[in-house]
Design a protein around this ligand. Structure first.
Ligand code: P6P
Length: 335
């Protein structure tokens, strides 16, 4: 029945979360609260990002802001805001952040959830006004409540995610997330301070004609990658590389395409992080009908060994990822 009563475009995020919680008779509302906490931090970070240029102007003498404090980098500010929102929300016991080497204990020892987050990915793009993003992944803790979260709580395979999403701070700010029942996109209206359902039930095209890779690394590409990129050119695909993962991913999710950050001769496991970049986007793309692989294996089945480990990343339309895997398989066959 609920599907028949699919929520109309324009529903607020709060109402959407509440209605979706009703689909889970035993839900007790903690995950709903966690998602609201993330949305709150996203609104605050969105405001900081939009003001950042102005603060620089305002603090024109060196890098001091209007409060006379040293102007912090936006990724540091974003990290503080997301950690504070999750700590105050009470549902999260432990956080793995791209900005912090060690696990962050929130003090909420009764919290049932662990969050892995890249608070502001691609922050080098901020100064040149390129879209940037937050990426997050949510797990249920495996250790007993009443204690601090453990590494074991954090180092779960991506198949154990209970939610994942991203915020893209672009021409408009959007929150896109899944809890394992499809992917929905919400667009932020700053004048109202609300996210509104704008992209219900996102499904990604099964194939596409866009490939995203940093071809500046071509000299270090392995044979399989080089041959797949040549294949894309033979197919007259468009090359689109913003250099901001969330922006490249979001475009391919909606239009079809493949994003690649492969292993290279200089970076044996590529550049992107398994816990808070690859697993989160992999959960979303699979829920939208796409695919995510390290060239050989499903990203979400990789067993993390360390909090910040990297992995080669091929993600997007199923047919393109499978074609890339074919080329990678030839490479391994030769090894
Ligand atoms: P490269 C940004 O630094 C980032 O983490 C992703 O957002 C982006 O896709 C990638 O690195 C760009 O890396 O090596 O192509 O500049």
């Amino acid at each position: 029945l609920h599907d028949k009563l699919a929520l109309p475009v324009g529903t607020t995020l709060d109402r959407f979360i509440m209605r979706k919680q009703e689909d889970f008779p035993y839900a007790t509302g903690e995950l709903s609260q966690l998602l609201r906490d993330i949305a709150l931090a996203a609104k605050i970070v969105n405001r900081e990002i939009n003001r950042s240029g102005l603060i620089d102007i305002a603090g024109a003498y060196g890098n001091r802001n209007v409060q006379g404090e040293d102007q912090q980098k936006l990724d540091v500010i974003a990290n503080i805001r997301f950690i504070r929102a999750l700590r105050n929300g009470g549902e999260v016991c432990t956080i793995v952040s791209e900005e912090d080497e060690d696990m962050i204990q929130t003090g909420n020892v009764q919290g049932k959830y662990v969050v892995a987050i890249d608070p502001l990915d691609g922050s080098s793009n901020i100064d040149v006004n390129v879209s940037i993003g937050t990426i997050f992944s949510v797990y249920r803790r495996v250790s007993p409540t009443g204690t601090e979260g453990t590494e074991q709580d954090c180092l779960q395979t991506g198949t154990h995610q209970v939610a994942a999403g991203y915020v893209i701070y672009g021409s408009s700010t959007m929150l896109v997330y899944t809890t394992g029942n499809g992917v929905n996109g919400f667009t932020y209206e700053p004048s109202l301070g609300e996210f509104f359902l704008s992209h219900p039930h996102i499904t990604s095209p099964q194939t596409g004609a866009i490939y995203s890779i940093n071809e500046g690394l071509s000299n270090d590409f392995t044979e399989g990658v080089r041959e797949f990129v040549a294949y894309c050119k033979q197919q007259n695909y468009s090359a689109r590389y913003i250099g901001s993962l969330v922006a490249d991913f979001h475009r391919n999710l909606l239009k079809g395409g493949i994003y690649m950050y492969p292993a290279t001769r200089r970076a044996a496991k590529g550049k992107l992080r398994l816990m808070y970049e690859c697993n989160a986007l992999s959960f979303i793309v699979e829920q939208a009908g796409g695919k995510a692989s390290n060239g050989q294996q499903r990203i979400m089945e990789l067993q993390p060994q360390t909090l910040h480990e990297r992995c080669p990343f091929f993600i997007g339309s199923t047919e393109l990822v499978e074609k890339a895997e074919e080329f990678m398989a030839r490479e391994y066959a030769e090894l």
